[in-house]
Design a protein around this ligand. Structure first.
Ligand SMILES: [Zn+2]
Length: 192
């Protein structure tokens, strides 16, 4: 099937059309993988879908083109990503322009519900904003680092945080050369 997909996509990411190394991506939920629900995407797009990189609106502008794809999987994924961004005018405009037949819309919606369940398992800052690996945060409380004399002052900026897996209350950040665990309730996301 991969060969067929490469031919269809002309060796380009089916979301952003970049020629970066491509991998197959299964658009869930699906019973049997086929050419409708399997697409080829680049790592950058995958990171956006899987939220392993900060949301990159510039990159995701590619969705305003990908919504016109004839491939159902591409339509569904574009629709879901746009839904995440629908607070932005350009994204809600693109959603308005989209037409999905009933079956495709139901499929798109089904995945969105799944995403929402997953959303409960996301790392959030003290204001409820979603934290992602690579974000910059500001401490909202002075913290004493366990097992050291290091005290990190309120207002300290921590760049390039990492999310602690399986614990949405914790992130990791480097302060004065030390990686420390920080509770998400004591941080505020900066920018974006
Ligand atoms: Zn891409």
């Amino acid at each position: 099937m991969e060969e067929q997909l490469l031919k269809r996509s002309e060796n380009k990411c089916e979301l952003c059309e970049s020629g970066e190394p491509l991998n197959t991506y299964s658009v869930i939920p699906q019973k049997v993988p086929n050419e409708d629900n399997t697409i080829l995407i680049c790592d950058k797009c995958r990171a956006q879908i899987e939220r392993t990189a900060p949301t990159d609106q510039n990159h995701l502008r590619c969705l305003t083109t990908s919504i016109w794809s004839v491939v159902p999987g591409v339509q569904v994924l574009s629709w879901r990503l746009l839904n995440r961004l629908k607070a932005e005018n350009w994204a809600s405009d693109a959603l308005d322009m989209m037409y999905l037949d009933e079956e495709t819309l139901a499929w798109a919606q089904a995945g969105l519900d799944e995403e929402e369940t997953e959303a409960e398992e996301l790392h959030r800052d003290s204001n409820g904003a979603i934290l992602e690996t690579g974000n910059t945060v500001v401490l909202t409380k002075t913290l004493d680092v366990k097992g050291s004399s290091l005290s990190v002052k309120l207002g300290t900026v921590v760049k390039n945080i990492r999310l602690v897996e399986n614990n949405t209350d914790q992130i990791e950040g480097k302060i004065e050369g030390q990686v420390i665990v920080i509770l998400t309730k004591y941080v505020r996301k900066q920018g974006a």
